[in-house]
Every structure is written in C-alpha cells, then in structure tokens.
Design a protein around this ligand. Structure first.
Ligand SMILES: [Zn+2]
Ligand SMILES: [Zn+2]
Length: 135
C-alpha cells in the first residue's frame, strides 16, 4: 500500500467541500494550474475570499495585490451580500489596473460561488446548472 500524505492533509477540516476543493486544486497545481488561479488557499486552508486580505497574499514580484505607482500593497474588500470584490490602493485610492487585479476579482467571486453552492456531490458542476436543477 502506498502512503499518500497529500490526500490526508485536509482530513481534519470540518468543511468537507472545502477539503475536497483544496485537494483537487493541489493536484491541479502539480499539473500546471497557476497558484493565482486557485479558489482555495493552501496556506490558510480556507476559501480564497476568506483570506485574500491577509498580508501573505501580497506578491509584489507578480504585481499581485500590489500598486506599482506607490510600491505598496493593495487592499481587497469582499462584500459577500452583494458579491462584490474590490481591489484598491490605500495610498492613491486607485485600483491597480493589471491582469492580477482582474484575476483577484474573478477568483474571489468564483470562490464565494463555490463555497455557497448547494450540495450536489460534485464541485465541477456549473453553479447555474445546479440552481436550475434544484428549482
Ligand atoms: Zn490564504
Ligand atoms: Zn497606489
């Protein structure tokens, strides 16, 4: 029998859907998925939208959560009710216009959708389809 610590890493997480997606994305990352495209965070073991505000999610060399003009970290606010994600620089008040900003908004929104998706047994199922079928 092959010991596989990777698959045991998230067994203590209470949120089983989160654990499943973390595992899925760990594997996808090994296969070439960009860590910035993940909907979950391996470091905090949470959905991305829950921990994107952490200083650990600032990656200056990638321009991720970073204002080039001010050389400072950008702030991310997540409004779960309105499903709105904003990225802005606390110094100049501007939204850094970069691929990374679009990526943060897109992945945070997708992680909210994945976290709140009704249980259908499969994560990969499109949210719209799941909603249509449960109606
Ligand atoms: Zn995190
Ligand atoms: Zn700025």
């Amino acid at each position: 029998m092959r010991h596989s610590p990777e698959s045991d890493r998230y067994t203590d997480l209470a949120d089983r859907r989160l654990a499943a997606v973390l595992r899925q994305e760990d594997l996808a990352e090994l296969a070439g998925l960009s860590p910035f495209e993940r909907l979950t965070c391996r470091v905090h073991r949470r959905w991305l939208y829950e921990c994107i505000a952490s200083p650990l999610h600032v990656v200056p060399v990638a321009g991720y959560r970073w204002c080039e003009d001010c050389a400072t970290s950008a702030t991310v606010t997540v409004d779960q009710l309105l499903h709105v994600v904003s990225v802005w620089c606390p110094q100049c008040g501007q939204t850094p216009s970069s691929f990374a900003t679009d990526q943060i908004v897109r992945t945070c929104r997708a992680s909210m959708a994945a976290a709140h998706q009704p249980h259908t047994g499969r994560f990969a199922r499109p949210v719209a389809l799941a909603v249509a079928q449960s109606a």
